[in-house]
Design a binder for this molecule. Structure first.
Ligand code: NAI
Length: 270
C-alpha cells in the first residue's frame, strides 16, 4: 500500500546484497512510497549480481562504492546528486562486517588488524558517509540519515564479539554528527536498533538460530522482521518525523525493556 510518503524525495541506499538484506526491503518500500534513489554496495558485493534485479525493479541506478574509501564515497555522492537531479533527502547506512566474527576469533583473543578493518567498515564508514555529504553540501534541509544497529551496543551478547563495540561507536557517531547536521542544515541523524534478523550478516553470528528464537520468546510483540524494519525506515525518511534526531530507536518488539518473559520462564520451570 502506498501513501506516497516519500514522493519527490531523493536518496542513497547502502547495503542491499540479496533479497534477505534489510536494505533490499527498504529499497522496495521507498520505491513503493514514491522515492527515487541510487543503490550502492562494495564493488566486491556487486559481483554476486543480485542487486541488478533490485535496480531494475525500482528503476534505480547502481553506483559501487567501498564505504571505507573517501574517493569512492565522493564519486558516489556526486554521481547520485547528478543522476537524481539535486541534493538528497535521505541516506540509509546498512553496512556491517567483522573479520573476527567471520573467522571465528574469540573476543578474548581478537586480532587487532581485523578489529580495525571491521570497525572501519561497520562504524567509521558512517562518519565517512556523512563527512562526504557534508563537504559536498549534498543534503537538503530536513533530510534524514539513518544507520542500522543492534542492542549489543548496550548489553552483552557474548557471540556478537567485536561487532558490539563497533555498534556502540556507530551509535555515538550518530549523536555526535547529528548535532552538527541539525545546526547546519536541519538534517536528522538516527540509528534504528533492529531485532535479530536472518540475513547474510546476521547468520554470520555464532548460534544465530538460538539467538533469534530466544529474542522471539522475550519480545511481547515478537521479533521485528526485515520488512517491518523497512517500514520504520520509511517513516524516518518521511516528513512525519522531522524533529526526531540523535536517537537510537529500538525496533525490537519490546525486547530491550523486558527483564524476563513468561515464555522464557516456562522453559526453566519444566
Ligand atoms: P547484509 O549482509 O544483507 O548487509 C550487510 C551489507 O554490508 C552487505 O550488503 C555488504 O555488502 C555491505 N558491506 C560490507 N562491507 C562493505 C563495504 N566495505 N562497503 C560497502 N558496503 C559493505 O545483512 P543485514 O542484516 O541486512 O545488515 C544490514 C545492517 O543491519 C548491518 O549494519 C547490520 O549490522 C544491521 N543489523 C542486522 C541485524 C540482523 O540480525 N541481521 C540486527 C540488527 C542490525
Amino acid at each position: 500500500m502506498s501513501n506516497n510518503l516519500l514522493k519527490g524525495k531523493r536518496g542513497i541506499i547502502f547495503g542491499a546484497l540479496n533479497k534477505e538484506s534489510i536494505a533490499w526491503k527498504v529499497a522496495e518500500q521507498c520505491h513503493e512510497q514514491g522515492a527515487e534513489f541510487v543503490l550502492t554496495n562494495a564493488p566486491i558485493a556487486m559481483r554476486m549480481g543480485e542487486i541488478n534485479e533490485l535496480a531494475e525493479k525500482t528503476g534505480s541506478k547502481i553506483i559501487p562504492a567501498d564505504a571505507t574509501s573517501m574517493e569512492d564515497l565522493e564519486n558516489l555522492f556526486k554521481g547520485a546528486v547528478e543522476e537524481l537531479g539535486g541534493p538528497l533527502d535521505f541516506v540509509l547506512h546498512s553496512i556491517g562486517m567483522s573479520v573476527n566474527v567471520r573467522k571465528g576469533k574469540h573476543y578474548t583473543e581478537l586480532n587487532y588488524d581485523w578489529l580495525e578493518k571491521g570497525w572501519d567498515v561497520s562504524a567509521v564508514s558512517f562518519h565517512k558517509v556523512m563527512q562526504t555529504a557534508w563537504n559536498l553540501d549534498a543534503m537538503n534541509e530536513w533530510g534524514s540519515i539513518l544507520a542500522l544497529t543492534y542492542m549489543a551496543a548496550q548489553r552483552t551478547f557474548p557471540d556478537y564479539n567485536d561487532m558490539a563495540d563497533n555498534k556502540a561507536y556507530l551509535e555515538s557517531i550518530a549523536r555526535s554528527f547529528g548535532y552538527h547536521w541539525g545546526v547546519k542544515k536541519k538534517v536528522r541523524v538516527n540509528t534504528i536498533s533492529q531485532s535479530p534478523t536472518m540475513t547474510t550478516a546476521g547468520s554470520g553470528v555464532k548460534g544465530f538460530d538460538g539467538f533469534i528464537a530466544y529474542a522471539e520468546k522475550m519480545s511481547p510483540l515478537g521479533n521485528a522482521t526485515a520488512d517491518e524494519c523497512a517500514s520504520y525506515c520509511v517513516m524516518m525518511f518521511s516528513d512525519l518525523t522531522k524533529k526526531v534526531t540523535m536517537q537510537n530507536l529500538f525496533h525490537d518488539g519490546g525486547f530491550s525493556n523486558v527483564g524476563v518473559s513468561d515464555m522464557v520462564m516456562d522453559e526453566f520451570m519444566k
